[in-house]
Design a protein around this ligand. Structure first.
Ligand SMILES: Cc1cc2nc3c(=O)[nH]c(=O)nc-3n(C[C@H](O)[C@H](O)[C@H](O)COP(=O)(O)OP(=O)(O)OC[C@H]3O[C@@H](n4cnc5c(N)ncnc54)[C@H](O)[C@@H]3O)c2cc1C
Length: 415
């Protein structure tokens, strides 16, 4: 931990959450809803305008929907969320005239329950903030955690405005480049994929009918995810230099390249709003906890977006950490003690490493043009397509409804 010492903190809270992204907000709301007597505060390094300008959308899995419903957040977003009713997977070259469909999934985790919804990030973040406000959680924007020191019974946290705060527990949800992870002395396993994900929204002439498409192209996966109306969200993976060229290209060049990959099935395409490229890598924290500090979301793990699971892993962390903390509080235990926090780490680490490795293997297997590998994966995909139990397994994974001890919130139950 850093050398900063705060002898007399300016303020005290039970729980300080650093980072008002989805994971930080969800963790704070989940704890406060179940244990209203605990004081919970959030600080976020970015100015308030930043989250309001996020034009992206995320695939929210069925289990996360159950949790957001239990936290009284989902009803205010559902009108803006597009259910994914079908998913197809193809494996070909970008220029191939016909892309054989190797895998089709019906989009229901259970009857009447889509396995995921495409949800605008602004709607999700806004609804989480409204709920935090209702529960009396303060959110201070433009304020970063800049130093931490473990003390007896609490952690002293120094903030970027020079003030200090004592917290029984600091929850670090400060994203994939987490500074708090470094301050806590937690090392990471990291490798760079040399790829970036281009994210953009496109309008198209014909309706998508709720169909999501994943095209495995030699340069990387190209995902088309349905939004409300005749619009779709793209996550388009390319080697980083090519991705930079594409986001900086003029509109006509970008749209031509896009058309070649997207195809003509949905008619003429128009790119709406800005396009951005996000560098992709695999980041796994070696520890998720230290005394009085717990990492959650991308601060604990950053994975390839190939399976659209980054945010959903973070939601699972939020649900498991909230349950661990609230159960400990109810049993009269110290919520920041390492043996309490280790329960959370045991719960989440295996699932995280498994998902990190799976997305890594999928990306390596599909982001290339090797003939032997292409034949092997075509065979594998067609095999899965003909095996209903395997398909059910993959749908369950995508919906976040896997077997094993799932946090109560993800089953739609109160903590
Ligand atoms: C191209 C791409 C597409 C994706 N698509 C999907 C998808 O379809 N489905 C899905 O589930 N996931 C997807 N993801 C992953 C998903 O976006 C992330 O997993 C998710 O945003 C992580 O949320 P978070 O709250 O952990 O962190 P973030 O959203 O990164 O939030 C971190 C917050 O911490 C704040 N902060 C930083 N430093 C400090 C500090 N020192 N003190 C205080 N605050 C600080 C930041 O200002 C920020 O608000 C995608 C990712 C990429 C790159």
């Amino acid at each position: 931990m850093s050398e900063t010492t705060a002898n007399r903190p300016d303020d005290r809270v039970d729980i300080l959450v650093a980072g008002a992204g989805y994971v930080g907000l969800t963790t704070a709301v989940a704890i406060k809803q179940a244990a209203p007597h605990l004081t919970v505060s959030i600080v976020d390094a970015a100015p308030d305008e930043v989250w309001k300008k996020d034009g992206r959308a995320s695939a929210v899995a069925a289990a996360a929907v159950k949790m957001l419903d239990q936290l009284q957040i989902w009803p205010s977003i559902v009108g803006e969320a597009q259910p994914i009713t079908e998913m197809i997977v193809t494996d070909s070259k970008a220029a191939d005239a016909v892309r054989p469909v190797f895998l089709t999934f019906g989009g229901e985790a259970q009857p009447g329950e889509p396995f995921a919804h495409m949800t605008p990030n602004v709607a999700l973040n806004g609804a989480l903030r409204d709920r935090a406000g209702e529960l009396g959680i303060s959110i201070r924007q433009g304020l970063a955690v800049s130093g931490i020191t473990e003390a007896v019974g609490h952690v002293d946290v120094r903030l970027s405005d020079g003030s200090t705060l004592a917290a029984r527990l600091l929850v670090a949800c400060d994203g994939v480049k987490s500074a708090i992870r470094d301050m806590a002395g937690i090392r990471t396993l990291y490798w760079d994929y040399g790829q970036s994900g281009i994210v953009a929204t496109v309008g198209h002439e014909r309706p998508h009918e709720g169909r999501a498409e994943e095209h495995f192209l030699p340069s990387g996966p190209f995902a088309i995810l349905p939004l409300k109306g005749n619009r779709s969200s793209l996550v388009w993976t390319e080697p980083t230099r090519e991705a930079e060229r594409l986001v900086n290209a003029d509109d006509m060049v970008f749209e031509l390249e896009l058309e070649q990959r997207f195809g003509h099935r949905l008619g003429a395409l128009t790119v709406e709003g800005p396009r951005r490229a996000f560098p992709l890598g695999l980041t796994l924290a070696r520890d998720f906890v230290k005394p009085r500090v717990a990492l959650a979301g991308d601060a604990a793990h950053g994975i390839h977006p190939i399976a659209g699971q980054g945010l959903n892993l973070g939601f699972k962390d939020a649900a498991a950490l909230a349950e661990t903390v609230v159960d400990a509080e109810r049993r009269g235990l110290d919520i920041g003690a390492i043996d309490v926090l280790e329960g959370y780490q045991r719960w989440r680490r295996f699932d995280t490493v498994q998902m990190g490795v799976t997305t890594d293997v999928l990306n390596r297997l599909f982001s290339n043009d090797n003939t032997v590998l292409r034949m092997a994966r075509s065979f594998g995909l067609s095999l899965v397509d003909r095996a209903p139990s395997l398909k059910d397994f993959f749908i369950g994974q995508a919906a976040g409804l896997t077997k094993g001890p799932s946090p109560r919130l993800l089953r739609g139950e109160a903590i």
